[in-house]
Design a protein around this ligand. Sequence first.
Ligand code: PGA
Length: 246
Amino acid sequence: MRSLLFAANWKMHIGPSEARAFFATFLRSHTAQPNREVWFFPPAVSIEAVATAVRERSDLRAGAQDIHWEPKGAFTGAISGPLAAQAGARATLVGHSERRHVFGETYEQTGKKVAAAVRAGLHPVLCVGETLAQREAGETLTVVTRQLDAALGASVQADVTIAYEPVWAIGTGRNATPQDAADVHRAIRTWLTDRKARTIRILYGGSVTTKNAAELLAERELDGVLVGGASLDPSGWLELVRTTAA
Ligand code: PGA
């Protein structure tokens, strides 16, 4: 059975002292639940604070939001897989839509980053998803398949998680309907099954809140959620990670 994963993407919020304050509240109320994990993707400067806060809990994990594909070198402003791992990360996002669309990350780079994450012992959470123009042009499944092919290749070698995040739903307050999400999740599951990787977890992300999480989680192929805005406040996040499928 695939366990449920609630992943918090803090983006460019929550520094080290704020992260410690967050966990003082969160850990007081959140005890480990069977078949349920909670992962945190703080900004790089806060990875160590998060990793330290969760180190005694096997259900909680710290991760990086992005890594460079090289292990070290003259890449000002970037962090590598080994550096993130040294700070305590055990996972990394790859190909988040803000990396693709704001920073111009290419399909080829996401492939190099997945491989670099695996080399560094980080579990990659690969983000895929279409823009509104691509959805309206009926290209959703083509785009998502192309992103999967580019990042994971013909055979899925890595222990990865896939997050389907339609670009038009991220930070907009407009979440995909469970039906929209289900169509794409089914296509991703078929892609994985064809590569003998059926057990890989598939998340949904994009304007997930305490109000819509239960309905989304009821969808059969969904194994969890990747949450930005609604993960920043510890009391709201506590409520969200306790959600059960509607
Ligand atoms: P959001 O962000 O929940 O604020 O829409 C999700 C994400 O970008 O991972």
